[in-house]
Design a protein around this ligand. Structure first.
Ligand code: HEC
Length: 97
């Protein structure tokens, strides 16, 4: 039981670290804490619910989301992300404030 708990703790830590690593390339536009309107256009995404962010990222990747006329930029950003990456990122962003 202890081992299981330790493993669970470790995986939570690892996914937070992975989220931070994945988020690096987003920070240039969205801010280190998700506090900026990217390119003066996007909404501030810090603290967005993980579901909402995941939906948005999937939409950009699929090329179906374009709320500010700059969806093509986000399509490029999400092109190489797997669904797992997008989930990890969404959870990471939900924790930003
Ligand atoms: C080159 C600048 C740039 C980078 C880098 C970037 N974004 Fe964006 N992001 C934008 C812009 C511009 C929009 C608004 C797009 C539109 O018209 O819908 C946006 C929109 C979003 C939205 C939806 C916000 C809204 O207004 O609806 C989310 C969530 C998001 N980005 C997450 C990310 C994540 C996660 C990454 C890193 C993988 C990332 N972005 C990297 C510029 C960027």
């Amino acid at each position: 039981m202890k081992t299981l708990l330790a493993l669970w703790g470790l995986s939570v830590m690892l996914s937070a670290a992975e989220g931070g690593a994945l988020y690096q390339k987003c920070a240039a536009c969205h801010g280190a804490k998700g506090e900026k309107a990217a390119l003066g256009k996007s909404e501030v995404i810090a603290g967005w619910k993980a579901d909402k962010t995941l939906d948005a990222l999937k939409g950009y990747k699929a090329g179906t989301r374009n709320t500010k006329g700059m969806g093509a930029i986000m399509k490029g950003q999400t092109a190489t992300l797997s669904e797992g990456d997008m989930k990890t990122l969404s959870e990471y962003i939900a924790g930003l404030k």
